[in-house]
Design a protein around this ligand. Structure first.
Ligand code: DI6
Ligand code: FE
Length: 404
């Protein structure tokens, strides 16, 4: 393996136990061995023999280097959009009016089902490229707009293909229990049976890294979610949950009982829910884009999460209905302005804690032994990542040890 030295840079290592904020190291060096980080530290501490074994040296020209960004909650693969619905609502139509006319989530299911794999790939790729332009190197993509075997399979295959084609690590999540498809109207328990059947088949095809569900009055009940989680646990798949987004249904406690890697949204999270998450070591995934787009007024209980020591991640929730967002940096800003996270917490939320939310231990911080996924920014200080809106800082992304 060849060793590559990156020098003349400032590192935000994001190591949890660092003494400096952001794990900041001034005038730093970083050595990459193939696809792994071999060494990080102040340039003055770089061992001479290691320096001499480096056969490539990159001058970073004073760049700030962070871990590659991780968007740990997206529904990026879907057909069509909901711009007309957005317009109708601003002209006074209610969500129910639109749903009765076949709009809302049902319209995305219809558009996703009628798109062929190539078309779905094209449409989704545009969103992916926007995320990659901001230094995303790992991305979770959920199914959940197919809601039938062939279409859930198509969604997950497109997600995997996007990862193979674009130098980004895509983790797929099966979200069959996202909404009730029209053909199962009035028969939600029968649909849960179908979700279990789809899960077993898609898992056997190697298309599923984790299992998610939407636990809400308008979606699936705790008892139904429990059936999905029991099946996932049988298959030894990690679970996560859309929990307490619109009401408190005790989803966090339920998810914690199954050792969920994350609970997501959490605007209505209770004290008991937070305690259960802390005990289960579940990550709280905060989604300020959905909060903003739905014009919600109740923010997730950040102070409670801090008090219980629950790690917080931040993500786009990229989806056509509640967060048509393809900027993770904008979410950093909104996590600070809307939810009052500090810029350091926000950055940890798209690096170290986002990795944990995906059950990944080999990324999210700059440290020896980690994957060589990192981003060079033309910025002075990591707080600038949360501070600016639409700044589009120039980035160079290194993915798996290679400039992308
Ligand atoms: N929560 C949400 O906010 C989205 N999905 C979910 O589980 C809504 C998706 C949509 O409206 O298309
Ligand atoms: Fe979501």
């Amino acid at each position: 393996m060849s060793l590559t030295l990156w020098t003349n840079c400032r590192l935000a290592t994001m190591q949890a136990d660092a003494l400096q904020a952001y794990g900041l190291i001034e005038d730093a060096a970083l050595v990459v061995d193939g696809d792994q980080i071999q060494w990080v530290g102040p340039r003055s501490a770089l061992p001479n023999d290691l320096r001499q074994r480096c056969d490539a040296v990159h001058d970073a020209h004073g760049a700030l280097i962070t871990p590659g960004l991780i968007d740990c909650h997206t529904h990026l693969v879907y057909g069509g959009d909901r711009a007309l619905e957005f317009e109708l609502r601003l002209n006074g139509a209610t969500y129910e009016d639109i749903a009765r006319r076949g709009g809302g989530i049902a319209s995305t299911v219809q558009a996703t089902r009628s798109a062929g794999p190539d078309e779905l790939l094209q449409q989704s790729q545009r969103r992916l490229l926007a995320l990659l332009a901001e230094g995303v190197t790992t991305l979770e993509i959920k199914s959940g707009y197919g809601l039938a075997l062939a279409h859930e399979r198509k969604t997950l295959q497109v997600a995997r293909l996007l990862g193979q084609q674009h130098g980004v690590d895509v983790r797929t999540t099966f979200l069959g229990a996202h909404a009730l498809p029209p053909e199962f109207a009035g028969r939600s328990d029968d649909y849960v049976d179908e979700v279990l059947r789809m899960l077993a088949l898609l898992h056997a095809e190697g298309l599923v890294d984790a299992v998610d569900a939407f636990c809400e009055r308008i979606a699936f009940s705790p008892a139904q979610v429990e059936r999905v989680f029991a099946a996932a646990s049988q298959l030894k798949l990690p679970v996560k949950l859309h929990a307490e987004q619109l009401s408190d249904s005790g989803g966090a406690q339920l998810a914690a009982r199954f050792g969920a890697i994350s609970c997501d949204h959490l605007e209505w999270l209770s004290d008991e829910g937070a305690a259960a998450m802390a005990a289960a070591r579940s990550v709280a995934v905060l989604l300020p884009g959905a909060f903003y787009f739905l014009r919600e007024t109740r923010i997730p209980p950040i102070e409670l999460l801090r008090r219980h020591g629950v790690p917080m991640a931040v993500s786009t929730d990229c989806n056509p209905g509640t967060s048509p967002c393809t900027s993770l940096l904008l979410m950093l800003n909104m996590a600070c302005t809307l939810f009052r996270l500090t810029p350091e917490e926000a950055l940890a939320g798209v690096t170290r804690n986002a990795a944990q939310a995906l059950g990944l231990r080999d990324r999210g911080v700059l440290a020896a032994g980690m994957r060589a996924d990192f981003v060079l920014w033309d910025l002075q200080h990591p707080a600038q990542l949360s501070y600016a809106l639409g700044a589009r800082p120039s980035v160079q992304t290194v993915f798996n040890g290679e400039p992308r």
